[in-house]
Design a binder for this molecule. Structure first.
Ligand code: SF4
Length: 303
């Protein structure tokens, strides 16, 4: 009998498909993906993909980004209901209002946002490149940062740039409290503490490093530390254990999970490949063109 993973491998060849998976996806999905990465890495892979079909194991805004960057490909989100609550905390209309209130400001938009909001923005960023890009924006202009108030405040703290924040946040990372950080540090006193910039400032301030997931994966390979406390979605522990198994990783808490990232299974991935289910993500017209402009500027400026 053919196993699900064998069938996925066979169908990938039949349909000339690749599977992209975020580091927050369940381990079984990461294990069958052609590329596992953070939003930035996945954007780069999506832009370079020469397969006809991209099976995007993540949430809607990520699949939308892949579709915008690859208008000629079929981009399929295996679980159509997998959205991102933070992305849904802002609409294009609300951003237009904000721009009216702060004329002349540059709009820097976290990729965790709907295509319509990217289209109303000057440039996008991910948590990996937000500081680099903010540092390259015109110095005589303020920045409107949407939708994540925590990443936006991190940009303000690290670059000193004036930043207007939107009240969006990630419900998963917002659960990381200072008490949780202190408890983890007490349990693992020798470990280097890393936290994602989507976490609140009071928790970030207690940690050794503020890193995107991609930066965490790179950092553990280098340097003298052998143990790490990981302050982000626990799916990344699978990635870290797979890529750098000689080091030790402790979750900040087992509670740091994103329900939307955990909806997918091998079965949903297989059914998406068979085209029995899944959402064919399509962003077209003016919205796609403008959003592509914001994303392309990000890719160019982060080099
Ligand atoms: S971890 Fe947070 S930002 Fe990422 S998809 Fe889940 S809710 Fe959205």
């Amino acid at each position: 009998m053919t196993s699900t993973t064998d069938e996925i491998a066979r169908l990938k060849k039949v349909h000339n498909a690749i599977i992209l998976a975020h580091t927050y996806q369940p381990g079984e999905i990461q294990d069958i993906a052609d590329f596992v990465g953070d939003s930035y890495g996945l954007s780069v892979q999506a832009a370079a993909a020469d397969a006809e079909v991209i099976i995007f194991c993540g949430v809607l805004f990520m699949a939308e980004t892949a579709a915008i960057l690859n208008p000629d490909k079929k981009v399929i989100l295996p679980v159509p209901e997998a959205g991102c609550p933070m992305a849904d905390m802002i609409s294009a209309g609300e951003l237009v209002e904000l721009k009216r209130k702060y004329p002349g400001y540059t709009v820097l938009c976290y990729v965790n946002s709907p295509a319509e909001v990217k289209a109303e923005s000057d440039i996008c960023c991910t948590s990996s490149n937000a500081l680099t890009i903010a540092g390259k924006l015109p110095e005589n202009k303020g920045i409107i940062f949407v939708p994540d108030k925590h990443l936006g405040s991190h940009v303000h703290e690290q670059t000193g740039r004036p930043v207007v924040l939107w009240e969006g946040f990630c419900p998963t990372h917002a659960r990381i409290t200072p008490a949780m950080v202190l408890a983890a540090k007490k349990n693992h006193p020798r470990a280097c503490t890393m936290i994602h910039p989507e976490a609140p400032k009071a928790s970030r301030d207690l940690c050794d490093k503020i890193f995107s997931t991609g930066q965490m994966c790179d950092f553990v390979k280098e340097g003298p530390h052998t143990e790490f406390i990981i302050g982000t979605e626990i799916g990344i522990l699978h990635t870290l254990n797979h890529r750098t198994p000689q080091k030790k990783y402790y979750p900040m808490s087992d509670q740091i999970t994103c329900p939307n990232m955990r909806r997918g299974t091998l079965e949903t991935t297989l059914r998406a490949l068979k085209r029995e289910s899944g959402l064919l993500v399509n962003v077209s017209g003016d919205i796609a063109d403008k959003a592509r402009g914001s994303l392309t500027r990000m890719l160019e400026m982060s080099r």
